[in-house]
Structure formats: C-alpha cells, structure tokens
Ligand binder design. Structure first.
Ligand code: R5P
Length: 296
C-alpha cells in the first residue's frame, strides 16, 4: 500500500502513515503564479494499492482539483486501485435541489471522482445519510462519535445531548445509544437561504445543567452560538460543543470563544492553522480510525 497526501492536511496524512508503520510516498505539487497546479508522482506505483488523503477545506475548488490530478497521475502511472480519503467531503451541503434552478454540486463531485478513477472514498460524519446513494463507487462512512463519547463519559451527571437542528437527530440518537441512552433534545432551527441568518424557535426535552451540543460541522459558528444562547436561557450552566469538521470560516474562532461556551471539541478531519486555534479548543485525532479502515 502506498499513501500519498495532497497539501490540505499533511499532519493528518503523516499520522495515518505512521500508524500504518510507513511513510508518505513522495509527490511533487508545483503551483504556477496563476495558481494552476502541476502534480507528479515520484514513486513507482505499478500494480500498487494507492491511497490519497485530501480533505477539501479550506479551499474546496483548489483541493478537489489537486485530488483529481493526483488520482489521474496515479492511474496513468499504473496504480492497481485508488482510494481517496476525503475526511471532510466538500459540497455536501448541496446534496439535492433545495430551490428550483439549483445545481446538485455533490453529484458533480461524485461523478468526477468515479470518472477520474477513484475506486473508493472514505469520509467522516457526512451531512446526510442519503449522501452515499449519490456515489456510484463505494463510500465508506466513518464517524467521530466514538471519540466524542469517550470525552463525554468523563463529564459528570446531569448531562444531556443537544442537536442544534432536526437534521442532526439521527446523529444525536446514535450518540445517546453509545452513552447508555443519555437524554437528548433537538432544537428547531431555521436558516434563511439568502442571508444565511440562523433563528431558533424552541427545543424539545428538558434542559439539564451540562448541555452538550453535537453537530457535524462548524462553519461560521452561528448555529452553535445561537443554540448556546437558547440553552443558557433554558437553564443550562455548562455548555460544551462537539463537532467533527472544523470548517471555521469567517471569525468562527472569535465567536466560539464566547463565555457562553466552556469547551469546543473538534477533530482533525480539517487541518486547523495556528491562527484559527483558540484557548477552549481541543482537537481529537481521527488518524487511528482512518488507519484501521485502510488496513481492514
Ligand atoms: C447544518 O445543517 C450543519 O449541520 C451545521 O449546523 C452548519 O453547517 C453550521 O454552520 P454555521 O457554523 O455557519 O452555523
């Protein structure tokens, strides 16, 4: 097995390679002044099973193109199979037509991955469980929920899980089951598709002292901070946040540093640069799970 990494999350790729007892295989990625990229595989891959690790945040278009080029280079160099580990799979938000006239961006990505020669995609905590149906190649769906459960078990009694929207209900039920049926509640959230503004109108279930908000991703932080406000008003004293993908766009780190929130746990599906890290942030690694999946 040969493991290659694109440029979007080398630290994770290095950890995965180390867990598998190997090093990353060399790849040359040259960026021209106009930002075009030229990719070259620097190792023999004839008849090899090849892995490419490349989440697509923070710059989805550029990171996807890089991934497509690496896959193409591997295919042309004689690779036997190609698995794309895309821990954060960009364009998941647009997995169907919400309003007339829209593109289904994720369907385009799925077509390009198959057409480019990818045999399997491995990803984490997909936005919706319907996403694998869009893919015509195997999509292995891993989850960080077991990592979250290990942290949540350390927290005291009077703890509850909260999904900040109806879309997260399946996720929260699964986590509750892992945690011996820990109580959970779901918030009613609405997002204006034009302005992006989030409003929350109510919550099902009794709010406890320790409230744990669980989401698949944090982008602007708007969802989390609006949910935290609602929970505080309903009597929560300690509010924790768990989210798999630290997209952290705009000034999310500042918003998440709010005194309303005790701690924010995310994973390393997306590389978090120094300037986006903040005191309350804890990053859990998915490297072991990726390595286990690749070796099974
Ligand atoms: C929405 O359905 C997702 O699960 C997240 O809640 C959302 O993408 C977070 O975005 P933001 O941080 O911008 O509110």
């Amino acid at each position: 097995m040969k493991i290659f990494s694109g440029t979007s999350n080398k630290p994770l790729a290095q950890k995965v390679a180390k867990k598998l007892g190997t090093d990353l295989s060399p790849l040359e990625i040259h960026i021209f002044p106009d930002k075009e990229k030229r990719v070259r595989v620097l190792e023999k891959v004839v008849d090899e099973n090849c892995i490419v690790i490349q989440p697509t945040s923070p710059d989805p278009d550029s990171n996807y193109m890089e991934l497509f080029f690496v896959v193409d280079a591997l295919r042309r160099s004689g690779a036997k199979t190609i698995k794309a580990v895309i821990p954060y799979l960009g364009y998941q938000r647009q997995d169907h037509v919400f309003r007339d006239g829209e593109a289904v961006s994720l369907a385009v990505i799925a077509t390009l991955l198959k057409w480019g020669g990818v045999d399997e995609v491995i990803s984490f905590d997909l936005h919706s469980i319907k996403i694998p149906e869009i893919f015509k190649i195997k999509l292995t769906h891993l989850s960080a929920l077991s990592l979250f459960a290990a942290e949540i078990r350390k927290m005291g009694k009077s703890t509850m899980l909260v999904s900040p929207d109806m879309g997260g209900i399946r996720r929260i039920k699964l986590l509750s089951e892992i945690l011996n049926n820990m109580p959970y509640a779901v918030i009613e959230k609405n997002r204006d598709l034009v302005s992006g503004k989030v409003t929350m109108t109510g919550i099902s279930g009794e709010v406890k002292e320790n409230a744990i908000i669980v989401d698949d991703m944090i982008s602007t932080g708007g969802t989390i901070v609006t949910a935290a406000n609602l929970l505080k008003n309903k009597g929560a004293k300690n509010i924790y946040v768990f989210a798999t993908h630290a997209v952290f766009s705009k000034d999310a780190p500042r918003i998440l540093s709010s005194p309303l929130i005790k701690k924010v746990y995310v994973t390393d599906t997306i590389d978090i640069p120094k300037e986006k890290r903040f005191q309350k942030l804890e990053v859990l690694s998915v490297a072991e799970m990726v390595a286990t999946s690749l070796s099974s």
